[in-house]
Every structure is written in structure tokens, then in C-alpha cells.
Design a protein around this ligand. Sequence first.
Ligand SMILES: NC(=O)c1ccc[n+]([C@@H]2O[C@H](COP(=O)([O-])OP(=O)(O)OC[C@H]3O[C@@H](n4cnc5c(N)ncnc54)[C@H](O)[C@@H]3O)[C@@H](O)[C@H]2O)c1
Ligand SMILES: [Zn+2]
Length: 406
Amino acid sequence: MAASPQPASTESASRTAIHWQRFAVPFEYPVVFTEGVFDPENCALRDVLCRLEPAKRHRVVFFVDDGLIGSGASRTSLLETIERYALAHADAVELACPPIAVPGGEKIKSELHFVESFQQTLFELHIDRHSYVIAVGGGAVLDAVGLISTTTHRGVRHIRIPTTVLAQNDSGVGVKNGVNLHGVKNFVGTFAPPFAVINDLRFVMSLPERDKIAGIAEAVKVALIRDAEFFRWIERHMADLATHQRDAMATMIRRCAELHMRQIGQGGDPFEMGSARPLDYGHWSAHKLESLTRHHVRHGEAVAIGMALDARYSVLAGLLAAGEELRICALLEFLGFDLWHPALAKTGPSGEPVILAGLRDFQEHLGGELCVTLLADIGVGVEVHQIDAARMGQALHWLRARAAPG
Ligand SMILES: NC(=O)c1ccc[n+]([C@@H]2O[C@H](COP(=O)([O-])OP(=O)(O)OC[C@H]3O[C@@H](n4cnc5c(N)ncnc54)[C@H](O)[C@@H]3O)[C@@H](O)[C@H]2O)c1
Ligand SMILES: [Zn+2]
């Protein structure tokens, strides 16, 4: 480890003494890729639960996204499947209670009574720090249940089973949890690595068409800023991805998850202490567009537009070779993304596009100086600390003209 500039203890002549406390805690967790995680013969979940204490019977609580449960006769099927799995592995797994269905989507993050009532449940079940809280669902359910797990008893073991493309290739493999408060997304949250993540392709294949497409945006994003070869792979397989072919989707999710994991594990700032947001290419305008449309535009859909905008800006700023932005836009459109939304045309009292306020919000989220990732080449992200509003206005105009020529 590099020598720290501070001595272990300093004492000045006067009344102040400083003792430097210093330690490092290594984190590790497996990210498992499988199919049919709750098939009784699939041991992925059992192996994960038993990885530290193989001989123990582990107490487990499941929170399951109700978007997975369906309605009518199929309503209980996933909950029952989980119960059957636990029964088949009863020597290793003890359900502390039947799996609990929870609201999917932003509702669970925006209404805090859910957090309180789930914590009440953990209290009544006497869940301890060696028990497991397992979240099965989209990114919103993972964020909310993750927060509950990491704050109850200051941290109960938490396993994530993400069920959307976005949660499997991006949010679910990371270290962040959170819920919304005061109308601010993720205002309350923690950085806390999970005990394990299990990605099951079967969940993704049952997603509605729109959500299958939306999550691909994060793969294009990470390819654009980190991995030119992956970008070329996406281009070569765009027909398979646009029609959600199983093998192409599996490879795309896995490579994208790996690149996100590498950034968290090796990027030097897993808990985002600095001002950089290295994986947030195309995100400053995406977050703003999501809130301007009250989340009618999905995160991935907004990121696709944000990437097209910042690609054009990168060309106008002389960073990216002219023509590359057309290549990026063509790929995104082929995959099924619209690259314009009327909310981008909204202007404020000063006549400036409202979307530009997203730059300030983006800076405020972390504090410190503005740090926006642009493109120096396909596969090469570059951080800049200033954005020229007039030039960004030109990029917006260009995007609009492409969408409605003439
Ligand atoms: N923690 C992080 O690092 C991080 C990063 C990015 C995004 N996020 C958060 O993730 C959330 C978005 O997550 P998301 O895109 O996964 O969407 P989501 O969790 O909002 O889910 C979208 C809808 O899909 C349903 N659903 C989930 N899985 C399904 C399946 N397999 N089949 C059918 N329906 C299913 C849900 O019930 C919900 O109605 C946002 O709250 C965002 O803030 C977190
Ligand atoms: Zn994103």
C-alpha cells in the first residue's frame, strides 16, 4: 500500500492531538450467470448461500417484484416456485416466511412506508446479520430492498436476483442502493456491496419488448467509452439484438456487466468519493429528460438520446472524428431507439433549453467540479469539466433536424 502523507499520530505544542485511524476492508462478491435459478436442480443459489458456512441451514427472506408475478391464476406461480425450491434444498435453506410480493417500479422507491413496513417484517422475523435478504426484481426493487438490507442491524447479507436487462447488465451488479425522498431520486441510500448477484437470463426473455430494448442502451454506453471491440460486436449483432435473440442478449448482458464490474473493482473509486462519474456517458441529459417526462421515457431510452447528443457535441468540440456520431445514431436507431423527444425542445424564461439545467443537477449530485464524459473515439471516453451551452444548443438542434428533416 502507498505510504500515507500523515503520520500515525501528531501532537502540536498546544492542546490538539490527532491520532490517524486507518484501515482497509477488502470486498468481494460473486456475480453468477445462470438460467432457471429456481429450478430445483439448479444449485447456483444454494451454493451462494452456503459459500461461507457450508454445513449451516440458512434463514432467508425473499422480496419479489410483483411485475414478475402476473395476475389471475398465474399470480402466485413464482412465489410458489421459490417455496418449492426452498423445500428441495431444505437441508440448506429455511424460509423465514413465505416469499413477499412487493410493488415493482419507481413506486417502491418513492413511498417510504414500504421501507418501514419491510423493516418491521425483518424485525418480527428476528432476522439477524447472518440471515439473508434476497431481492428478486427490477432495479427499483433491488435499490429499495438493498437499502433495507444494508441498514437493518447495520447490514444483513443481501443477495440480488435482477430481472430486467438494465438491472442485470448495469445497476444490479454494482454497489449502490437507494430510495427517493423530497422528489429527489436516490436522495437516501447507501454504498454497500451485496453478498452475491445471480443473473438469470430467463427473466429477461419474459420482459416486455420495450424494456428489453431499453437496457441495451447501457451496453452501447459502456462499449462507447471503454471497449471499441465490444462496440463493433454490437454493430455486427445488431439484428439479433434488435430481435432479442437469446445468445446475443446473453453475451451483451455478460460483457456489459463485466465492464461495469471492472470499473467498480479497478477504477479506484468504488464508492464515488471523487467528482468523476466515469460510466455516466450520455447521462446528464438523460436524467433531466426522465424527470421532464415524469419517467414516461425509460432510463435506457433517455440514455440513448443523451449519447446521441453528446456524440454530436463531441464532434462539434473537435474531440471525435466527424461521421462517428452518425455511426452511433444509426446503431441506436436500428436497435429501436428514438433519438428525439419533444421535451428536449422546452425552453425556460431566458429562452435557454430546459434540458441544459441537467448539467447543473449532474454536478450537484456529487458536488465538486462539473465532470462530463465525452468521446475521443469509439471505445475511448474522455472527461471534460466545461460544456459550452451554445455548442450544446447546436447539438440539440442537429438532433432535432435529424428527427424531422425539412
Ligand atoms: N443502484 C444503481 O446503481 C442503479 C443504477 C441505474 C439505475 N438504478 C435504478 O434502477 C431503476 C430502474 O430499474 P429497471 O430499469 O430495472 O426498471 P424497474 O425496476 O423500474 O422495473 C420496470 C418494470 O418492469 C417490471 N419487471 C421487472 N422485471 C420484470 C420481468 N422479468 N418481466 C416483466 N416485468 C418485469 C417491474 O415490476 C416494473 O413494473 C431506477 O429506480 C433507477 O434509479 C439504480
Ligand atoms: Zn444508466
